[in-house]
Ligand binder design. Structure first.
Ligand SMILES: [Zn+2]
Length: 136
């Protein structure tokens, strides 16, 4: 599950400031992308670092029920990879915005992050992009 507040910030910013038309949580596409821009054949996933197994400072391994969480997160990662491959195979372009790009000590300047995303949306040759924080 994406962190919904981050998602709303992203969507609100892109939609209002840049005048994009988009759809949310398209369940008919693999992985139900959080944001779909049909005109640009682009989808955007906003991934929580813990849930989607991003190896960064926001995603620490829980000390209780460790095996349960590791299995769950590894399942999520497999599912993500499968969804992305299916989307690419269907000529969609796939962007992933990690939570740590927007939150925590390594977060990017928000306007710069959105600029990167918008540049990517407008570049049909770029099939994928991943935006993350700098803190590793
Ligand atoms: Zn992260």
């Amino acid at each position: 599950m994406p962190d919904f507040s981050l998602l709303l910030i992203t969507i609100g910013f892109i939609a209002c400031a840049r005048g994009f038309r988009f759809r949310l949580h398209m369940k008919t596409l693999p992985g139900s992308p959080d944001i779909v821009l049909p005109k640009y054949k682009a989808v955007i996933f906003v991934n929580g670092c813990f849930w989607h197994g991003h190896h960064c400072h926001l995603s620490t391994t829980p000390k209780t029920r460790t095996a349960f969480w590791l299995t769950k997160i590894s399942d999520n990662m497999s599912r993500d990879m499968l969804s992305h491959n299916r989307l690419l195979a269907a000529d969609w372009r796939v962007a992933v915005v990690w939570e740590c790009a927007m939150k925590g000590r390594g977060r990017q300047v928000f306007d710069a992050l959105i600029d990167n995303l918008v540049d990517w949306i407008h570049d049909p040759r770029s099939l994928g992009i991943e935006l993350a924080g700098d803190a590793g």
